[in-house]
Design a protein around this ligand. Structure first.
Ligand code: C2E
Ligand code: MG
Ligand code: MG
Ligand code: MG
Length: 291
């Protein structure tokens, strides 16, 4: 048994027959999911703690399979990677997010940046920046409204390659976020060579942040370290007002999590933007800011 970050507990037994069969089934169904229109992007709002406004959203892939029901990306993304389907899937996500950016702009929805997750294998692609540029041109999305999220682990697998590719992506005007920060033991000096704009503190460190636990000091240290490198810090998986207050007190820049909103279907997110929903003033830090 292994506790996973994105689910409760899964049976992890590579040689298990049932497991392998299930994976083959997921793989076969996933192949058809793109063509059969079973995929959808949901958007989780990201809030700026300095003014309480929604500053962006993370695009999160949702798959509703007629045969399997709702399958979580934590389950099918790894399958897609092993099955060689991640390029097609990743393309679909990027294109869909860019189409949505362009569509919202045409509809006069207040513009915010949309972050797209890239898996480790996608990041290995040499011509990733050119590919992103082609999709931006094809869809007419403004580069400044697109963000790219790469995990600490995938970057650290080959820092030299990642630094080069991310530099090209950033040169397009796209923002770079380092996802799941804190889980991969990155050293400060290695981070410094990467063209990162935002560091996303993994929700493992946010979870117990209000308890009298070490996580408070870990989170505070992560924020201090990132801001020392002139990076913005976003805490993910913020669920309670207690966590929110503590993060604000420690000068965290942005948050996302159930305390504000879960990921929403596109229309519901657009409505939230139009209505200008924001955090209550008691969580807003601007008045206390010195910088
Ligand atoms: P992630 O990038 O770290 O995404 C955050 C995950 O935390 C999402 O789960 C989100 O729904 C969940 N979450 C958000 N707020 C809270 C909260 O307050 N509490 C808790 N407990 N959880 C919260 P989701 O959507 O199941 O995605 C899981 C992972 O799957 C993502 O982790 C990301 O690594 C991957 N993923 C999702 N969409 C895509 C995609 O389009 N492409 C790729 N390559 N990976 C994706
Ligand atoms: Mg992410
Ligand atoms: Mg994350
Ligand atoms: Mg995560």
């Amino acid at each position: 048994l292994r506790a996973t970050q994105d689910g409760p507990v899964v049976l992890y037994e590579p040689e298990s027959n049932a497991r392998a069969l299930h994976e083959m089934r997921v793989e076969a169904l996933l192949c058809k999911a793109i063509a059969d229109d079973e995929l959808e992007l949901h958007y989780q709002p990201q809030v700026d703690l300095s003014n309480g406004h929604v500053a962006g959203a993370e695009a999160l892939l949702r798959w509703t399979s007629p045969a399997l029901g709702v399958v979580s990306p934590g389950e099918f993304i790894p399958v897609a990677e092993r099955a060689g389907l991640i390029a097609a899937l990743g393309d679909w996500v990027l294109r869909r997010a860019c189409q949505q950016i362009a569509q919202w702009r045409a509809e006069g929805v207040p513009p915010v940046r949309i972050g797209v997750n890239f898996s480790p294998l996608q990041l290995q692609r040499r011509d990733l920046a050119q590919h992103i540029q082609a999709i931006l041109l094809e869809t007419g999305a403004v580069p400044a409204l697109l963000g790219v999220e790469v995990t600490e682990g995938s970057v650290m697998a080959d820092v030299g390659h990642a630094a080069a590719v991310l530099r090209e992506i950033k040169a397009l005007g796209v923002e770079i976020a380092l996802d799941d920060f804190g889980t991969g033991y990155s050293s400060l000096s290695r981070l410094r060579s990467l063209p990162i704009d935002v560091v996303k503190i993994d929700r493992l460190f946010v979870h117990d942040v209000t308890a009298a636990s070490e996580d408070v000091s870990v989170t505070r240290a992560l924020i201090t370290m990132a801001q020392g490198l002139q990076l913005k810090v976003l805490a993910e998986g913020v669920e309670s007002e207690g966590q929110l207050s503590l993060l604000a007190a420690n000068r965290c820049d942005l948050i996302q999590g159930f305390v504000f909103s879960a990921a929403l279907p596109a229309d519901a997110f657009a409505t939230l933007l139009r209505e200008g929903r924001r955090l209550p003033d008691r969580f807003v830090t601007r008045v206390r800011r010195t910088r």
